[in-house]
Ligand binder design. Structure first.
Ligand SMILES: [Zn+2]
Length: 210
């Protein structure tokens, strides 16, 4: 069939595991409209850079190390994938019918890494997700630590797809049991996750007034 419907195209996209976005492909929902052009200019080198699904740490670390632009930073913190259900009302995008029984679950804020470009959140993994699934996504972000490219060099560059805060915590606590990894990650980012939940409650009431 020569003509593909939009739905067929989106279905094909869902299977894609690696994305090579150009700066013009980015939606930049966290950048004010009048500053998007500048952010796209700073990220103008994008196009052959692979964004692999599930590699937020490595992707954002590489972006900050690679750009050699002081306006691009690496951030670790927590993010929460939510959807707007009405004026000023937000719910987790992923929800259950009953109680959530897992600590590591997309219904809650999760440890995450993204980029800060000219002071604005640019989340390539969230952009990728949105592109794949064609959803109008909304992610709330709570930073815990911001690294410059020099900071990344000091901590040894890009160690792989791994949280630097978690790496430091494990070195300090000498805990390298692979079975504890997910729990340690949750623990390291607990503060950011909790303040995101508090912040979301504030956002809800603030946005009601808009
Ligand atoms: Zn859950």
């Amino acid at each position: 069939m020569a003509h593909k419907t939009k739905i067929q195209k989106l279905r094909q996209r869902q299977r894609i595991e690696t994305w090579y976005p150009r700066a013009s492909d980015l939606v930049l929902p966290d950048v004010p409209a009048n500053e998007r052009a500048e952010v796209r200019k700073i990220l103008g080198w994008l196009g052959k850079f692979p964004v692999h699904a599930g590699t937020c740490w490595q992707t954002a670390q590489t972006v900050a190390s690679f750009t050699q632009d002081r306006r691009v930073k690496y951030v670790e913190g927590a993010s929460w994938n939510v959807k707007q259900i009405g004026a000023g009302k937000y719910l987790p995008l992923f929800q259950h019918d009953g109680e959530c029984s897992s600590d590591v679950c997309a219904c809650k804020p999760l440890p995450h890494a993204w980029s800060l470009v000219n002071g604005h959140v640019v989340d390539l993994l969230a952009e990728f997700y949105s592109w794949r699934f064609g959803s109008e996504y909304l992610y709330l972000h709570e930073p815990l630590k911001v690294y410059s490219a020099e900071d990344l060099l000091r901590v040894g560059g890009v160690p792989g797809n791994f949280s630097l805060l978690q790496k430091v915590w494990m070195e300090e606590h000498l805990d390298r049991d692979p079975e504890n990894m997910a729990a340690i990650c949750q623990h390291v980012f607990k503060e950011a996750s909790e303040s995101l939940i508090r912040e979301a409650a504030v956002l809800k009431s603030q946005r009601k007034r808009i």
